[in-house]
Structures are given as C-alpha cells and as structure tokens.
Ligand binder design. Structure first.
Ligand SMILES: Nc1ncnc2c1ncn2[C@@H]1O[C@H](COP(=O)(O)OP(=O)(O)OP(=O)(O)O)[C@@H](O)[C@H]1O
Length: 296
C-alpha cells in the first residue's frame, strides 16, 4: 500500500465507529460557523441521554471552539491508543472535542503554516484522536474553501457515505455571494449538503424576547431555494448566546461550576437561541435521513 492509501485507511479505521460526519462551512468569515457548530453539538447531545457527539475544530489559524465550550485552559494528553479528546461534559464523556487550541502552549500564539503542515495536522486529528463511538462528529472549518477543506475531503474519502455538510451564511449580499461559491465547492467534491442556515437574521430583544429585523433577512432562504437546497432555519442575533460563548467571565464561571457535569448545556438551554435551534436540528435530522448527492 502506498503511504497515501495507508494514511487514508488509518483515518477510515479510526472513524468507522462514527455514524455521521457533518462539516460546517461558510463562504465568509465571522458569520457564526463556530457558534453554529457548538449549538449543533449541544442540541444533538441533548436530544437523548445516550447521544455521543464530537467537535473537531480544523480552523487552525483561528480556533474558537475551546473558548466557546469553556475548556480553553485544557490540554490534550497522549495515551497508548492515541490522543485523548477534551470532554466538555466532564465525567459523562459523551461530548468530545479536539482543536489545535488545546495543543498551543500559549493560547495567544498564532499558527502560520503552509498547506502540507496543515494537511498533516488534520490527518492526525482524524487518525490519532481516540474519538470512540460517536453518533455525530461535527467539523468546524475555516471560512471559504481552502487547504483545510481539501485535506478533509481527501482523508475522509473512505467514509463518503457518512459525510455531509451544512452551509452557514448571514443574510447580507456579500456573505450570500461567498456562500454560493462554497456550495459550488461541495458540488465539485461531491459532498452532500444538508441545507443552509441563515445566522444573525434579526435581533432578539433582551427585554421582551421579540425578534426585530435590524438588517435584511431572508437572503439565506432565498439562496437555498435558488440553489435547490433545503433551508434549515434562521437564527437571530442573541446577546445571551454571545454572553455565554464569548465572554471570558462566563467561561470561567462555567469551568468553576462543579455542581453539574455539563453546566454549559444548562446555560445554553436557557438562551432564546436554544429553542430556535431545536427547529434547525429537526430539519438537519430530516435531511440526514434523506441525504442526496449534491445538485440532485
Ligand atoms: N446568532 C448570533 N447572535 C449573536 N452573536 C453571534 C451569533 N452567531 C455568532 N455570533 C457571534 O459572532 C462572532 C463570530 O461568530 P463565530 O466565531 O461563530 O463565527 P465564524 O464564522 O466561526 O468566524 P471565523 O470565520 O472567524 O471562523 C462571535 O463573537 C459569536 O459569538
């Protein structure tokens, strides 16, 4: 076997116990990929007491998953059977995560790597992490379509039947244009798209909970219709969500709360976004049950 096939078969063997692999894509940066990844993982985890999820953060130059999960200060350790992921739900170990952020000694360090080094890191994330049995592995990707996306498609080629993607966009025209490019990438690499999520669509008033339309809305839905893709739902701008996923103080509060195994989940479920996201998850599960090849 040549080294390339050997590497691919290592990944396939490692991930055979993962039922679904979902890539989260966006054309533009900052549209909410990492927060959608986090919300998707939390909602799926919460969908049953036995569901096991993993998040793989392949946004190598801007990893935000450790911070969003409140495990920014954690590191990864090596066992004889591979890297042990960081379990954001503590002892329950049904919520695994892996990110380059866990490997950096100084969390503020920047990662400036060329394609081959990034490719090697992604291959290691896929073949050397002890993911174990997972119902869903959600992969947070960098914006656009870059080396990281090509590496993923190459290494995951042996698991094509378990692979799908969701596309996140904001309603603004520039983001939509880039989201269309991203859809065209999925067609080029034959990656089935479960649908489109429109993020930051309207604003939830922190006082009364009413949703108002500050910017334009509906662009993501329109784009999904034009591209013949399922529209998975709209997520409004939610200040409570930002408070939970972004704020340093909220994160340390989460870490110090030892009363529950997974306080982040309880806090997330108290945000307006959690209820709205349930509809998105329902649509994603429906789409997963009917995965079709792109463009069909
Ligand atoms: N629905 C939302 N309501 C409020 N804030 C949001 C929402 N979605 C995302 N954000 C905030 O917007 C910022 C960017 O989100 P996020 O990091 O998820 O985007 P991204 O697309 O992953 O960015 P990057 O391109 O840098 O990887 C974060 O501060 C996040 O908390």
């Amino acid at each position: 076997m040549d080294p390339h096939d050997q590497q691919q078969s290592l990944v396939t063997r490692r991930l055979l116990s993962v039922k679904n692999i979902i890539l989260v894509l966006s054309g533009k940066g900052g549209v909410g990929k990492s927060s959608v990844t986090t919300q998707l993982a939390l909602s799926l985890y919460d969908s049953s007491p036995t569901t096991r999820v993993g998040i793989l953060d392949v946004d190598l130059t801007g990893p935000s998953i450790p911070r969003m999960l409140g495990v920014n200060d954690h590191g990864v350790h090596q066992s004889t059977s591979g890297w042990v992921p960081v379990y954001a739900d503590g002892a329950t170990t049904r919520f695994a995560s892996m990110s380059i952020g866990f490997l950096l000694k100084n969390k503020g360090d920047s990662v400036v790597w060329r394609g081959p080094k990034k490719n090697g890191m992604i291959r290691q994330f896929l073949s050397d992490v002890r993911w174990g049995e997972l119902d869903y592995l959600i992969i947070d990707t960098p914006p656009g379509t870059s080396d990281e996306h090509l590496s993923l498609m190459e290494h995951l080629a042996g698991l094509h039947s378990r692979l799908s993607a969701v596309v996140v966009t904001t309603p603004q025209a520039v983001a939509l244009m880039d989201a269309i490019k991203c859809v065209s990438f999925t067609r080029a690499v034959n990656l089935p798209v479960l649908g489109v999520i429109e993020n930051m669509s309207g604003y939830v008033c922190p006082c009364c909970g009413e949703i108002s339309n500050v910017f334009s809305i509906g662009g993501g839905e329109e784009m999904a219709r034009k591209e013949n893709l399922r529209f998975l739902g709209s997520l409004p701008v939610d200040t409570e969500l930002v408070g939970l996923l972004d704020a340093e103080s909220a994160v340390s509060e989460v870490i110090s709360d030892n009363q529950e195994s997974f306080p982040l989940l309880r806090r997330y479920n108290a945000t307006p976004s959690a209820k709205i996201f349930q509809g998105v998850v329902k649509n994603i599960l429906d789409a997963l049950a009917n995965v079709t090849e792109p463009g069909s």
